[in-house]
Design a protein around this ligand. Structure first.
Ligand SMILES: Nc1ncnc2c1ncn2[C@@H]1O[C@H](COP(=O)(O)OP(=O)(O)O)[C@@H](O)[C@H]1O
Ligand SMILES: [Mg+2]
Length: 318
């Protein structure tokens, strides 16, 4: 399969300003000391308290934590979406492929989305536009890197890509509208679209949690295989530790806007260091009584800023 397209994520040059990767750490995405707050009627609310997180090329990194902990806002900052929100105050560094995101203007940030970085959200059906056919929407995506691509060529390319996500009859799907297709089918389409331009980073924010669990598992497996094929790095956001364990190479645990633990997936799961990570894990098998158990976050354990697994066991992973 021809994964690399003109203008794809791999070293093909510019965002707009021609800069190549040159950040000091060599990471694909490097977030350092990210703070976020919102101005509201009742005052200023801090949401992120100095998050640091980095992702290397082709790496699958999970960000896990309970609802409201700051996962989606982090994703929205990386995507350059929250920067458009007037009430948001963002400080800290976000570097993507050596570009300081804060130095880009809105149209430069927009140019990155769907080309160098793309995203998959919870609900595939609402992510697609119901008034345009799948073929039309696919063409728009492909034209983000190749403005002159003809409709015929775009349909051929789209059909090829739909084949790679195990859609047997691409022609029918391209002529359909999202509401005529199942959630699982729409999710396959979303995955194909998100990877169509071989982005170097995919942000998947609780992907497919709106789907039934079997379909979600199938499409996650598909996403896993597809990112491997494209060598796309993933920021995988989830509150489901079982899924994270299967999917990610590396895990960051976020609690109330702070990273409390990070490390290779295996190390974090085998020897969780922070009290919150242990509480999160203890909560996994429960079918009822959702949420994490009562924890005493005033205990000394919770004052640890971050538990980092940088010991040699981190390297025992495949
Ligand atoms: N646009 C916004 N204005 C004000 N507060 C917001 C906004 N977006 C998110 N928040 C708040 O930021 C916190 C983190 O939200 P979010 O990142 O969506 O959590 P989650 O970890 O569940 O994805 C929440 O308390 C949420 O209410
Ligand atoms: Mg969220």
């Amino acid at each position: 399969m021809s994964a690399n397209r003109p203008g794809s994520g791999e070293d093909t040059g510019s965002v707009k300003n021609g800069s190549m990767e040159r950040n000091s750490s060599g990471a694909l995405l490097d977030i350092r000391d990210l703070h976020l707050g919102f101005r509201g009627y009742t005052g200023y609310t801090k949401v992120l308290h100095g998050i640091s997180l980095s992702i290397n090329r082709g790496q699958r990194v999970a960000l896990v934590g309970e609802s409201g902990s700051g996962k989606s806002v982090t994703a929205r900052i990386v995507l350059g979406l929250l920067q458009e929100t007037r009430t948001a105050r963002i400080t800290g560094d976000v570097e993507f492929q050596g570009n300081d995101m804060s130095s880009l203007n809105a149209s430069q940030r927009r140019a990155l989305r769907g080309t160098r970085m793309s995203m998959i959200f919870q609900d595939p059906t609402s992510a697609l536009n119901p008034v345009f056919t799948i073929g039309y929407q696919f063409t728009e995506v492909l034209r983000r890197v190749d403005e002159k691509l003809s409709k015929e060529a775009a349909y051929l390319r789209a059909a090829e890509l739909l084949h790679t996500v195990s859609i047997p009859d691409p022609a029918r799907v391209l002529d359909a509208y999202s509401f005529q297709l199942s959630g699982g089918m729409n999710q396959r389409i979303i995955i194909a679209m998100a990877l169509a331009n071989s982005p170097s980073l995919l942000i998947a924010d609780e992907p497919g949690t709106a789907l039934d669990v079997t379909v979600q598992a199938q499409t996650l497996q598909l996403m896993h295989d597809m990112v491997a094929t494209h060598n796309t790095a993933v920021l995988f956001i989830s509150h489901n530790l079982g899924v994270v364990r299967e999917f990610a190479d590396r895990v960051y645990v976020i609690y109330r806007g702070r990273i409390v633990e990070e490390g290779a997936t295996q190390s974090v799961f085998e020897s969780p260091g922070h009290a919150y990570t242990r509480a999160l894990m203890a909560a996994v098998p429960r079918v009822t009584g959702g949420g994490i158990p009562d924890i005493d976050d005033e205990s000394a354990d919770f004052h640890d800023p971050c538990f980092t697994h940088d010991s040699p066991i981190a390297g025992t992973e495949s």
